[in-house]
Write a protein that binds this ligand. Structure first.
Ligand code: F6P
Length: 324
């Protein structure tokens, strides 16, 4: 193998740049050439490539976003699109591709490799932490701390005004960010997509919390929770009885969770997995993801990373209830 390709795909995650840096520099050190594709799979379709060397990745380890840009490509979802992307990759002399991204990106990478016989290795990067085969994904730790910082600030206002805040965090259909920020912020309730949420139960729990003389209350709501998110939950709660004693506010944290400088944890993880991805391609592996499990690098079949549901830790959810 002489030349590898590299893209970032799907939602950006802090630490993607650190992974790009690690991949480019590891490849250079191992005698490989590297070509980056812009805007994920869309750049492969539109022939937007750039030859990279170790200087192309200077001064980016600390930056959020991705210097290669990212996108979700509709065209790549079709076999014809993938065939065209593969043709463009071959024209660039790219013999193996590293995809930095999340579940949707890995589905695409799996199909590209199956249909077009292009070796692919995945590097897990998504704030959602919803990929099996790695204890945490690149970007998760930063997003968690960004959300926690915001929730701590909201707690100040909740406390100052004796208010109830419903705070919605991202995660798509996974509750990792909600569970960890909820526990770490001392939230009175945490609503997760992985467990059933009944609005009447929420109402009666909030009423009993009020009786405990708690002055402020925080409910962390995962965006994928079955109530439909914090805004919908707030209007359902307002419709019924028993909430009049609460002055309720909703705060949706949104995309601030995706940006910002990566934490040390994310930079170290990205550096480690970036290096491992290049070695893995060179060693002749295909359709695998490099992950970190119990502090060691582990390879997992790419298909398994998105088809197998990664479990949240229900013991932590129970602990949050005990400690609230
Ligand atoms: O997958 C990352 C993520 O931020 C999810 O948590 C969220 O549901 C989604 O992407 C938002 O996507 P977009 O930025 O396309 O609105």
């Amino acid at each position: 193998m002489k030349r590898i390709g590299l893209i970032t795909s799907g939602g950006d995650a802090p630490g993607m740049n650190a992974a790009i840096r690690a991949i480019v520099r590891s490849a250079c050190n191992l005698g490989l050439e590297v070509t980056g594709g812009y805007r994920g799979y869309q750049g492969l379709l539109e022939n937007e490539f750039k030859v990279m060397d170790r200087h192309s990745v200077s001064n980016i380890i600390q930056r959020g976003g991705t210097i290669l840009k990212t996108a979700r490509s509709e065209e790549f979802m079709h076999p014809e699109g993938r065939a065209r992307a593969a043709e463009n990759l071959r024209q660039q002399g790219i013999e193996g591709l590293v995809v930095i991204g999340g579940d949707g990106s890995f589905r695409g990478a799996t199909l590209l490799s199956e249909e077009q016989d292009i070796p692919v290795v995945g590097v897990p990067a998504t704030i959602d932490n919803d990929l099996a085969g790695t204890d945490i994904t690149i970007g998760y730790d930063t997003a968690l701390n960004t959300a926690l910082d915001a929730i701590d600030k909201i707690r100040d206002t909740a406390d100052a005004h004796d208010r109830l805040f419903l705070v919605e965090v991202m995660g798509r259909d996974a509750g990792f960010i909600a569970l960890d920020t909820g526990l770490a912020s001392g939230a009175e309730m945490i609503l997760l997509p992985e467990s059933l949420t009944d609005v009447e139960d929420v109402r009666s729990s909030l009423s009993s919390i009020l009786k405990e003389q708690k002055r402020s209350s925080l409910v962390v709501v995962a965006e994928g929770d079955e109530t439909g998110g914090a805004l919908t939950l707030a209007s359902k709660l307002r419709e019924g009885e028993g909430m009049s004693k609460y002055e309720m506010r909703v705060c949706i944290l949104g995309h601030i969770q995706r940006g910002g400088n990566p934490t040390a944890r994310d930079r170290v993880l990205a550096s480690r997995l970036g290096f491992a991805a290049v070695k893995t391609l060179l060693d002749g592996h295909d359709r695998v993801m490099v992950g970190e499990v119990n502090h060691s690098v582990k390879l997992t079949p790419l298909k398994m990373t998105w088809s197998k549901k990664k479990d949240i830790d229900f013991e932590l959810a129970e602990l949050a209830k005990v400690l609230r």
